[in-house]
Design a protein around this ligand. Structure first.
Ligand code: GUN
Ligand code: ZN
Length: 438
């Protein structure tokens, strides 16, 4: 018997996706002003001009009419923490006091499966409302938090990456994760969840200060034993944290080198923040195909610093964007682009809107070695896509009524857009969010 997702569906709208990074290729994007997207069996079947594709549509195929709107691949958020959902917008003077005051007490509750599941359900629905269809997610140290998250993701048929936080020092006793137990539980969770349905596992040492050398070594061994899993951690977010790492690892050439030493730099390794890296670090990121998750709303909120896009691009480091909720102040990747643009300006760089949409879609997929699966509307990709409404608010409607170029239109969406701009979200060809027309 055929199901709804196996049936052919068509969507009429403007279509935008990427074939390359617009920073390095002026033919990087694909734009169909009056486009048609064909979806079958949870995958993209075709994306092209309406005029070219419509005549070959078999009779009876439903055509969802989103004319006036823009379909893009679903956004990919490469760094955030689901247990921190309820503590978003909590004030503290910087990263380390923020962790002590809010983060650790909040994460304590995630050993309770019912609490974890309730937060995971809210968190995923909020991502979908914001047009994010894939995310790299930190759970808490509790294995129950990972089970709850992946169960909630599986129920929505989402492509999600997540992992249990590893943390065995410099944290409250109630979150301490003995080295051997942490590694054993991670191994069991990889066996249970990695590649089950659309779920993928990330080995997740929180950051160097909260892991002993033994724990980092075991994390590296796990990463070697399971080369197709992901790795995620934080690096060089805040100057106090960098000084702390220098004192904890006095022989390391740099903070990043600590992870390198333990075998944690490789394809599918995602490093959050990367603000205080030097040229050698960025070169090492590129050599190992490790990726940087740039988290501007968090970096501005905590006063951590400004990411240097030019330095990263000079080394051709793989780049993507992250919200870093709960230090990040929004689940919206549009709001994240807005702040990324301003961070780049303050650092003397320039981020065109096309580049920002690339970073939130194909750039992130490439950073995760998932090109061909997500981040694009090219045929064969999984049908994770969103419908953006340039008239979602009175101000957006007014500004986008007179855009002369695609860049101007995308820039207005990035600077003025948020969850209200996301008219609908589709995952594996199934509608998982629709906003009532205003
Ligand atoms: N560094 C270590 N843990 C965290 C966290 O939870 N949030 C942020 N922003 N930085 C961290
Ligand atoms: Zn983080």
């Amino acid at each position: 018997m055929s199901t709804a997702t196996e049936n052919l569906q068509a969507f009429r709208a403007s279509l935008l996706y990427f074939r390359a990074d617009p920073a390095f290729d002026d033919q990087a994007h694909v734009w169909h002003e009056d486009g048609l997207l064909l979806v079958e069996g949870g995958r993209i079947k075709a994306a092209g001009d309406h005029q070219a594709l419509a005549p070959s549509l078999p009779p009876g195929v439903p055509v969802h009419d989103y004319r006036g709107m823009v379909i893009t691949p679903g956004f990919i958020d490469t760094h955030l923490h689901y247990p921190q959902t309820d503590m978003i917008a909590s004030p503290a003077p910087g990263l380390l006091p923020w962790l002590e005051t809010y983060t650790f007490p909040t994460e304590r509750r995630f050993g309770d499966p019912a609490h974890a599941r309730a937060v995971a359900d809210f968190f995923l629905d909020e991502l979908l409302r914001c047009g994010t269809t894939t995310a790299m997610v930190y759970c808490s140290v509790h294995r129950e938090s990972v089970d709850a998250f992946f169960e909630a993701s599986e129920a929505r048929e989402l492509r999600m990456v997540a992992g249990k936080v590893l943390m065995d020092r410099h944290c409250p006793e109630f979150l301490r994760d003995p080295v051997d137990a942490g590694a054993r539980e991670s191994e069991a969770l990889i066996g249970k969840w990695h590649k089950r349905g659309r779920n993928l596992y990330a080995i997740t040492p929180r950051f160097a200060p909260t892991s002993s050398e033994d724990q980092l070594r075991l994390a590296g061994e796990l990463a070697r034993a399971h080369p197709d899993t992901f790795i995620q951690t934080h690096v060089s977010e805040n100057e106090d944290e960098c000084a702390w790492v220098r004192s904890l690892f006095p022989s390391a050439r740099s903070y990043l080198h600590v992870y390198d030493h333990y075998g944690l730099m490789r394809p599918r390794a995602m490093f959050g923040h990367c603000i205080w890296l030097d040229e050698n670090d960025f070169a090492r990121m590129a050599d190992t195909q490790s990726a940087a998750a740039v988290c501007p709303t968090s970096n501005l909120f905590l006063g951590s610093g400004l990411f240097d896009f030019d330095k990263a691009d000079a080394a051709r480091t793989l780049l993507a964007l992250g919200t870093d909720v709960g230090a990040g102040t929004s689940f919206s990747m549009l709001q994240t682009m807005n702040e990324a643009y301003k961070v780049a300006r303050l650092k003397g760089s320039y981020l065109p809107a096309l580049r920002m949409f690339y970073l939130a879609t194909l750039g992130a997929a490439r950073s995760m070695q998932l090109e061909g699966a997500i981040g694009s509307l090219a045929p064969g990709n999984e049908a994770d896509f969103i419908v953006l409404d340039p008239k979602a608010t009175p101000l957006l409607a007014r500004r986008t009524s007179h855009c002369d170029t695609l860049e101007e239109l995308l820039f207005a969406l990035a600077l003025l857009g948020d969850d209200r701009t996301v008219r609908a979200t589709f995952a594996a060809g199934r509608r998982v969010h629709e906003r009532a027309a205003s």
